[in-house]
Ligand binder design. Structure first.
Ligand SMILES: Cc1cc2nc3c(=O)[nH]c(=O)nc-3n(C[C@H](O)[C@H](O)[C@H](O)COP(=O)(O)OP(=O)(O)OC[C@H]3O[C@@H](n4cnc5c(N)ncnc54)[C@H](O)[C@@H]3O)c2cc1C
Length: 395
């Protein structure tokens, strides 16, 4: 049940994943909140897809949001990894759900509104400062809002992060580009429920078969150089198609058929992470999600970390009355874990572009490593992590 005597009021910046989920967690903790999203409603488009790992799904369950994601996308509990010659390197199994980012954003926003959260669109945060009793946010349209605290859920390019710490580092480019799409009418080998990953000789590729037949895929062309956004935007879908066809020439696997059967190849983007954001909070302001600790998509954990953050912040603000101490408790509970995930994501990503010698070693070592990982449950720290909503947080 939600509390009816809301005492504090939070301003949440960003209506992605961390924003709406934080709003729902805070509501459950008895704190009223409003979400301010820079873009207009529906600006998201079709876009890419992402996978929620089991730990993220379990964190959603604490807020009764697991049914919501069960209605979107597909289950992808099995992962199969092959090399460029088609040799099976590893198989693992772990519950997870793959869904379109835009569908997840929309569903979370709709549910937050249904639970009484107000979401304002077209509100880009430009400034924020502490006042005598709280915090004031200023938006690009000249509007202002006041609250008791402000949560920066504004993603990789967080404005809140810069307001908390003008010296905050920039995101790290991790040497990979990203593109992908949704192929129609192609018979890719395999079955629904499996993520097929292929270490091509020149490019990493992943695909999943939707139960209704579409093939969802992504590719990570390596690029030492971080491409300026305008240069990336200038590459047409047909140029991407031609480039990817070249990159997968001669590799075993259905990559070229899948790419050929994709009507609209997604515009490419650079991949980044944040090994360490030194300051997560300032006076009355705190960061959650990618704003605090973006991980490369190669970890498969960015969305799950955003959800976990939201739930843990809700608990901290519920149990620790002093806001600054609540933020400190949040950081104490989260920093080590999320930085470990970011490091894991970087390692996963580095394996995607190893060069010829590295690929030979990888093909030898990966099967052994993956068998050990399965046998010893070496990623249990990541996947078996569970938050208990009722357990109290100490200041
Ligand atoms: C292509 C791609 C594939 C990915 N694949 C996976 C995956 O398989 N598994 C996984 O777990 N994660 C994946 N991720 C990462 C995942 O999407 C992010 O970690 C997750 O979205 C983080 O949520 P967030 O709410 O912190 O940030 P975001 O989802 O980026 O949301 C931030 C929001 O803040 C808004 N905003 C920004 N600036 C302002 C401002 N100044 N004022 C107001 N609003 C603002 C933005 O418009 C946006 O809506 C992937 C990411 C990408 C890009």
């Amino acid at each position: 049940m939600y509390s009816h005597c809301m005492t504090k009021r939070a301003l949440i910046i960003g209506g992605g994943i961390a924003g709406p989920v934080t709003a729902m967690a805070l509501r459950r903790a008895g704190i009223d909140s409003e979400v301010f999203e820079a873009y207009d409603r529906g600006a998201e488009g079709v876009g890419a897809f992402l996978t929620l790992a089991v730990n993220g799904l379990e964190a959603l369950r604490l807020l009764d949001l697991h049914d919501l994601v069960r209605d979107l996308g597909m289950d992808t509990p099995v992962m199969e990894i092959r090399n460029a010659r088609g040799r099976l390197l590893a198989t693992t199994s772990q519950p997870s759900r793959t869904l379109r980012r835009a569908d997840l954003y929309q569903a979370l926003r709709d549910e937050a509104v249904r639970r009484g959260v107000r979401i304002h669109y077209g509100k880009r945060l430009t400034g924020a400062s502490a006042t005598a009793n709280g915090v004031r946010a200023v938006f690009a349209d000249g509007g202002e809002a006041e609250g008791d605290l402000l949560v920066g859920a504004d993603g990789l390019r967080s404005r809140t992060r810069a307001l908390i710490d003008a010296e905050a580092p920039c995101a790290r480019y991790v040497g990979l580009l990203n593109t992908g799409g949704y192929a129609e009418g192609v018979r890719a080998p395999g079955r629904p429920g499996v993520c097929y990953f292929i270490f091509g000789r020149r490019c990493f590729f992943g695909y999943m078969i939707h139960p209704e037949g579409q093939v969802w895929w992504f590719a990570n062309p390596p690029s030492r150089r971080e491409m300026p956004p305008e240069e990336l935007a200038a590459i047409t879908p047909e140029q991407w198609r031609a480039r990817l066809m070249d990159l997968f020439e001669g590799d075993a696997g259905p990559m070229r058929e899948i790419i050929a059967a994709t009507p609209d190849i997604l515009p490419g983007w650079n991949t980044y992470d944040f090994p360490r954001v030194p300051k997560w909070s300032g006076e009355r302001m705190v960061l959650v999600g990618d704003a605090a600790h973006a991980t490369s998509p190669s970890s498969g954990q960015g969305a799950s970390m955003a959800v976990e953050d939201a739930v843990v912040l809700g608990k901290c603000l519920r149990d620790v009355p002093d806001t600054a101490k609540a933020f400190a408790a949040f950081e104490r509970l989260r920093r080590e874990r999320v930085e470990r995930v970011v490091a894991q994501g970087k390692r996963n990503g580095d394996g995607k572009a190893p060069g010829a010698g590295g690929a030979f070693v990888r093909d030898l070592i990966l099967p052994v490593v993956m068998r050990q990982v399965e046998k010893r449950n070496a990623l249990a720290w990541m996947h078996d992590y569970r938050i208990t909503w009722d357990e109290r947080v100490a200041a």
